[in-house]
Design a binder for this molecule. Structure first.
Ligand SMILES: [Zn+2]
Length: 115
C-alpha cells in the first residue's frame, strides 16, 4: 500500500512538473522572472516526490543555473554528433542531449544510458 502511494505520488509530481513548466513557458515573454520561479517550484516538487523530471522537459531549463530556456531568446540550440546542444546565455554553460532514438538504441545495446 505504501509503495502504491509512493508511485502514485510520483505520477502526480510529474504531472505537476509538466504543468509548472507549461506555465513557465507561457509567462516567459511577459515575465521571465516568474518563469524561473516556476522552474524552481517544478524542481522542488520533483525532488520532494523523488521523481525524475521527464527527459522531454529537461531541456526546458538550464541544469546549471535553472533559468527557464527559450530557444532563440536566452539559449542557443545546435545539433552536433547526434546530440542537441543547448547553450545557456545566462550562465554560459552547455547542456547536451542525445537524440531520443539514439539513446534508446544505445540503452538496448549496453544496458546503461551514457551521458
Ligand atoms: Zn544556465
Amino acid at each position: 500500500m505504501v509503495r502504491f502511494l509512493k508511485s502514485k505520488q510520483k505520477v502526480i509530481a510529474k504531472e505537476r512538473v509538466k504543468t509548472l513548466l507549461t506555465l513557465a513557458e507561457k509567462s516567459f515573454h511577459k515575465n521571465p522572472e516568474r518563469s524561473n520561479r516556476y522552474v524552481e517550484l517544478a524542481r522542488k516538487v520533483a525532488m520532494k516526490a523523488r521523481a525524475r523530471i521527464p527527459s522531454e522537459l529537461k531541456s526546458k531549463f538550464c541544469k546549471h543555473c535553472y533559468t527557464f530556456l527559450q530557444p532563440g531568446v536566452n539559449c542557443r540550440v545546435r545539433t552536433k554528433n547526434n546530440k542537441v546542444v543547448y547553450y545557456c546565455l545566462n550562465c554560459k554553460n552547455y547542456m547536451k542531449f542525445p537524440f531520443l532514438r539514439e539513446k534508446k538504441l544505445r540503452k538496448k545495446k549496453t544496458g546503461t544510458p551514457s551521458s
